[in-house]
Design a protein around this ligand. Structure first.
Ligand SMILES: Nc1nc2c(ncn2[C@@H]2O[C@H](COP(=O)(O)OP(=O)(O)OP(=O)(O)O)[C@@H](O)[C@H]2O)c(=O)[nH]1
Length: 197
């Protein structure tokens, strides 16, 4: 399973001083006056922000799904409209939207909040939307061993809206299916109809 072993790799906390230094250098290189009052705290602020928005590196996402319960429910469970904010690895610009996770348990169900926590941990890193989507499906499959998993992620990418091709409002939609969803068109259709607004 691609990348699972690399999930935990936090460096922001231990490299705080160096990150502050390099942010200060970038400010100088773009022609800013780093003595301006408004910029005094900026390197430290950016570093604190990095600790937050890259906080996912500190946690193994498989662990957040650790609380599961034995339950004989063999029908679809969906947590939808899970809002996420992530950073695109190409431009380090934010992208954000909603993730929808559905699965058909086979003996164990997950605590519902843990699905939202899983989205937090997977998105608070440098990412591409496709990888977020497949990692969510892969981790659900690995930890819960369900009959099937389906994930849909919607995203608006600032690298496409605020710069470059400048197409505000364009949305990217990605999906991943595992297990019975691969062969069962009715389950896929049920999931898609239930996540519609
Ligand atoms: N597939 C995918 N592409 C992404 C994602 N986030 C950003 N990108 C794209 O990454 C690509 C990087 O392309 P480059 O040509 O190397 O960079 P660029 O010159 O800044 O490209 P433009 O954005 O077209 O100006 C762009 O097409 C982005 O839209 C993502 O989550 N998934």
């Amino acid at each position: 399973m691609a990348g699972l072993k690399d999930y935990v790799n936090n460096k922001v906390g231990e490299n705080r001083d160096q990150i502050e230094h390099h942010v200060r250098e970038i400010l100088k290189l773009i022609g800013e006056d780093i003595e301006r009052e408004g910029l005094h705290e900026t390197p430290a602020r950016v570093t604190r922000m990095y600790e937050e928005i890259f906080g996912g590196y500190e946690i193994d996402p498989r662990e957040v799904l650790g609380v599961t319960f034995e339950e004989n429910h063999q029908e679809l469970v969906i947590v939808k409209d899970i809002v996420y904010y992530s950073q695109c690895e190409h431009h380090m610009a934010p992208f954000f939207g909603k993730a929808h996770i559905g699965y058909i348990p086979s003996g164990r169900i997950a605590g519902l909040s843990k699905l939202a926590r899983l989205v937090e941990v997977v998105t608070r890193r440098l990412q591409v939307q496709e990888r977020i989507t497949s990692q969510l499906a892969d981790i659900m499959e690995e930890v819960l061993d369900p009959a099937g998993v389906m994930v849909v992620v919607e995203g608006e990418h600032l690298c496409m809206c605020a710069r470059g091709v400048k197409k505000p409002g364009s949305k990217t939609i990605t999906s991943a299916v595992r297990g019975s969803f691969r062969t069962d068109a009715a389950s896929r259709a049920e999931f898609l109809s239930l996540i519609k607004d």
